[in-house]
Design a protein around this ligand. Structure first.
Ligand code: ADP
Ligand code: MG
Length: 272
């Protein structure tokens, strides 16, 4: 594996995160999410406790149906837990109304999805500036240029997404996620649609956001090679975290996943 040998985990050199509030970037306390009621109810999250320090990169893995997507949606304020507490950058979000949640997501969170989710009619620069536009903030062209340079796309500002490769489009999505200097970047299978080489580029950008900008990244993935870029991998099974691995190699992470799916039997016959 050709991963970041030596340049990671220099915790002392890590800059302070920009957010003013103290405490973890992401904190979940006894978070539960139930779908349906009575005998047919599904306990997608069955009591999640978690505190992620600022400036860390966490990967969440688990068999299909273990609750990864539900976890990410609840942690990012896209879905409401049935019970429990979710704090982002010190703000308790479970009591916020839809407008407040939308505002918080726009100003303090970044998102990277498997399908890139760029707007095809907008230029690369306009896509990157979209979070600022939606938040009613000034269209800061210098800022757009700076984040595009950071992801290696300084010369693509006036292109449209369809003119770029998949890897380049995902780098635009990373630039868009970075443009507001968010407290937390949530990534849901960000390399799921990419080949190995371009996946490594995108993962390197997320790693760099953590190491040089003090960003906090939470990434759901089924790929042990992608998860190996994180500081820590958390393993979900049946809606609870059943273990973690610090600084694991792709091989170690894969072995834990195999043990996990054997234990729960969930992977048998199910797509990831
Ligand atoms: P993963 O992302 O790890 O595959 P999910 O979070 O998507 O897992 O799903 C966790 C569990 O919750 C699964 O049993 C799934 O079938 C169930 N589930 C997810 N979304 C819904 C929904 N909207 N309605 C009912 N059940 C759901
Ligand atoms: Mg899922």
């Amino acid at each position: 594996m050709r991963l970041r040998s030596g340049k990671r985990h220099t915790v002392d050199a890590r800059p302070e995160a920009p957010a003013a509030t103290p405490g973890p970037a992401v904190e979940l306390r006894d978070v539960r999410r139930r779908y349906g009621r009575g005998g047919g109810a599904v306990h997608a999250l069955a009591g999640i406790d978690l505190a992620l320090p600022r400036g860390t990169f966490t990967a969440v893995m688990g068999p299909s149906g273990s609750g990864k997507s539900t976890f990410l949606q609840c942690a990012a304020g896209l879905d409401r837990p049935t019970s429990g507490s979710v704090r982002l950058g010190g703000t308790e979000i479970t009591g916020l109304d839809e407008n407040q949640l939308t505002e918080l997501r726009r100003s303090r969170l970044g998102f990277v999805f498997q399908a890139f989710n760029l707007l095809p009619s907008l230029t690369v620069e306009q896509n990157v500036l979209l979070p600022l536009r939606l938040a009613g903030q000034r269209q800061d062209h210098h800022r757009a240029a700076a984040v595009l340079a950071r992801v290696g796309l300084a010369d693509k500002a006036r292109r449209r997404p369809a003119e770029l490769s998949g890897g380049q489009q995902q780098r635009v999505a990373v630039a868009r996620a970075l443009v507001t200097s968010p407290d937390v970047i949530f990534a849901d299978e960000p390399t799921g649609a990419l080949d190995t080489g371009t996946a490594a580029e995108v993962l390197g950008l997320l790693r760099q956001a953590v190491d040089t900008l003090g960003a906090t990244v939470v990434m759901v993935t089924h790929d042990p090679t992608a998860a190996a870029w994180a500081d820590r991998v958390l393993f979900l099974a049946d809606g609870t975290f059943v273990g973690g691995l610090e600084h694991g190699t792709a091989e170690q992470i894969a072995a834990r996943m195999t043990a996990l799916s054997g234990r729960t039997g969930v992977l048998a016959g199910a797509a990831a």
